[in-house]
Design a protein around this ligand. Structure first.
Ligand code: FES
Length: 289
């Protein structure tokens, strides 16, 4: 199981960059953009480590959040890394103060910090993450990337491999791939978003595919899509919050005589009308338990 790291920082770009780095190294990340939100997430998700910015809306927001965490029985043992931009001398003093206050803050780091250094510090508190499985995958991607390096169409092939493994293309892996192949991350995302096939988030437990081929379209498939969207409160290509359903639109499923067709996982539903959608979905909802 991956170690979870909660990043609390009001600088969205910093949060994004650190999340990418940590995910590329096998950690799962959670994000919050102020102390209050961070505290709530820490209680709800109980991460393995917290990276907390010192100065957010005000100078000491980070320290106060850390203090509140240290007093909370449920989360007081989670190690906190406090990040500051106050200079080496003050950082040193702050370290002493925090040590004396016996807070859950394990160390104070000075921003910006080298990726290697940060990973070393994190490893020190919670160990490597992603485990053997992740390391094996990285090995696999590396050898695949080396094999296809410089060849035409290599990126699509590698992305297929990744999606087959994860069920989607995790952004941390894209980041890793960008470094391995020496191509910009933006290019990788360009390819992922160009092809319908690639997914950027984990697919739901049940994949609902609505056929939008000509026959199905003419027989009202678009209304079925609208009905599913409003029922599940998701858009095409999205997964419900509980992870139960993923909605996708596909081309001809090869059974036009049954149009309009909806497929849930591998099961085909024929001549579907909007009113029957709720009944179809409810069969799979029971799986939730
Ligand atoms: S168009 Fe929908 S099955 Fe052929």
């Amino acid at each position: 199981m991956k170690n979870k790291i909660l990043i609390i920082d009001d600088d969205a770009d910093f949060v994004e960059a650190i999340s990418l780095l940590l995910e590329a190294n096998g950690y799962k990340t959670l994000q919050a953009y102020n102390g209050k939100e961070g505290f709530a997430q820490a209680k709800e998700q109980v991460p393995d480590l917290i990276m907390l910015d010192m100065k957010m809306a005000y100078q000491t927001e980070g320290a106060e959040t850390a203090k509140a965490m240290s007093k909370d029985a449920e989360i007081k043992d989670i190690p906190v890394i406090l990040a500051t931009g106050i200079g080496k001398e003050l950082t040193k003093k702050l370290k002493e103060i925090l040590r004396n206050e016996a807070m859950s803050v394990k160390t104070v780091i000075e921003k910006p910090i080298e990726a290697k250094e940060l990973l070393k510090i994190i490893k020190n508190y919670i160990g490597e993450s992603g485990g053997k499985e992740h390391r094996e995958l990285i090995k696999q991607i590396t050898s695949f990337a080396n094999k296809w390096k410089g060849k035409k169409g290599n990126l699509v092939m590698i992305l297929h491999e990744i999606q087959n493994y994860y069920g989607y293309v995790p952004r941390g892996i894209s980041f890793q791939l960008s470094r391995l192949l020496g191509i910009p991350l933006a290019r990788i995302y360009e390819v992922i978003t160009f092809y319908n096939f690639f997914k950027l988030s984990p697919p739901g437990k049940h994949v609902i595919s609505v056929c939008m081929g000509t026959a199905c379209y003419l027989k009202g498939a678009a209304e079925l899509v609208d009905k599913i969207k409003s029922l599940l409160k998701i858009e095409e290509g999205q997964t419900t919050e509980d992870g139960l359903f993923h909605l996708q639109v596909v081309r001809c499923l090869g059974c036009c005589g049954l149009a309009p067709v909806v497929m849930v996982d591998q099961k085909i539903y024929s001549k579907v009308v909007p009113d029957s959608i709720e009944g179809i979905v409810s069969r799979y909802r029971q799986d939730k338990s």
